[in-house]
Design a protein around this ligand. Structure first.
Ligand SMILES: C[S@@+](CC[C@H](N)C(=O)[O-])C[C@H]1O[C@@H](n2cnc3c(N)ncnc32)[C@H](O)[C@@H]1O
Length: 271
């Protein structure tokens, strides 16, 4: 996508802008809104899913900084800036926003990178050596743990590339580092609903690959899952099973995150 000409940016829908529209944002165009309408006809729960999944980002940043002592972060596939990005906790000292969509990177550069300790990077996860060698990433202190957000990005990437991304991160990150992953799934949807959703995206030239719990675990390879309970949905992540507090939004089959969340370590430390 980083090779798109300016006119193509407005003629084709993008994942980031569709997500922005689903979340009530203004950084989207007619092509994005038309695709969103078709997606909603298949899956009316999409706005709730986006809202629940986006609320997961700040919870993970709190977990990184307050529980795990991690204050430098890479946000891979950061998407268009939204309120949760803009209210970044002070305890996050360094954060690098990375995306392959030039419009996302431009917005990140203008609105997010103004805060001290933030940087943005236009880079494709399909080329991890180049991404990891880029100046904003090189400037992070690899003598200390780094937190990585990989939220709702792997469904837009083929399995081979996803495995390469996860292996490259596993090998590159310093001990004590933690990966936070969220990943769309059809495990809780009506039968065939996610297949139809993928079909709508495909017609628009976008490959969307929700995966099962087993499929996501197999991508994680040598990463070690924290929490000892495998994958949970983003809506229920770290909620005690006895909780009376409901996750954001009505928690029904049709108003569900439709995504798994996981925290994983490289396994070479006691986090
Ligand atoms: C659905 S959005 C998720 C945004 C954000 N992480 C969140 O959870 O709200 C997916 C983002 O991943 C980016 N993306 C997709 N494929 C990518 C790739 N190969 N390299 C870098 N970014 C990519 C898209 O441009 C988009 O901004």
């Amino acid at each position: 996508m980083s090779g798109w000409t300016p006119s193509e940016i407005f003629l084709r829908p993008t994942v980031a802008r569709v997500q922005d529209h689903l979340d009530g944002g203004r950084d989207n165009y007619t092509v994005d809104r038309e695709l969103t309408r078709e997606l909603l006809a298949v899956a009316p729960w999409l706005p709730a899913s986006v809202r629940i999944n986006r609320a997961h980002g700040p919870r993970i940043l709190d977990c990184f900084t307050q529980q795990l002592g991690i204050d430098q972060v890479i946000d891979l596939g950061c998407g268009l800036p939204h309120d949760d990005h803009l209210s970044l906790p002070d305890a996050v000292r360094h954060i690098v926003y990375v995306d392959s969509d030039p419009m996302v990177e431009a917005h990140a550069r203008m609105s997010l990178a103004e805060r001290t300790g933030t940087a943005s990077l236009l880079a494709d996860l399909a080329d991890m050596p180049a991404l990891l060698a880029a100046a904003p990433i090189e400037r992070l202190d690899r003598g200390r743990p780094i937190g990585v957000l990989l939220h709702d990005v792997l469904p837009w990437i083929g399995a081979d590339t996803a495995r390469t991304v996860l292996t490259a991160l596993h090998d590159w990150l310093p001990p004590g580092s933690v990966l936070s992953l969220t990943h769309a799934t059809g495990d809780f949807a009506r039968q065939g609903q996610l297949v139809r959703l993928s079909g709508v995206y495909e017609k628009a030239g976008i490959a969307f690959r929700p995966r099962t719990s087993e499929g996501i675990k197999s991508l994680l390879g040598s990463w070690t899952l924290l929490d000892g309970c495998g994958l949970v949905t983003t809506a229920t992540w770290r909620l005690p099973s006895t909780t009376t507090v409901r996750p954001p939004g009505p928690h029904t089959l049709f108003d569900h995150s439709h995504a798994y969340a996981a925290l994983a370590t490289t396994g070479d430390q006691t986090t």
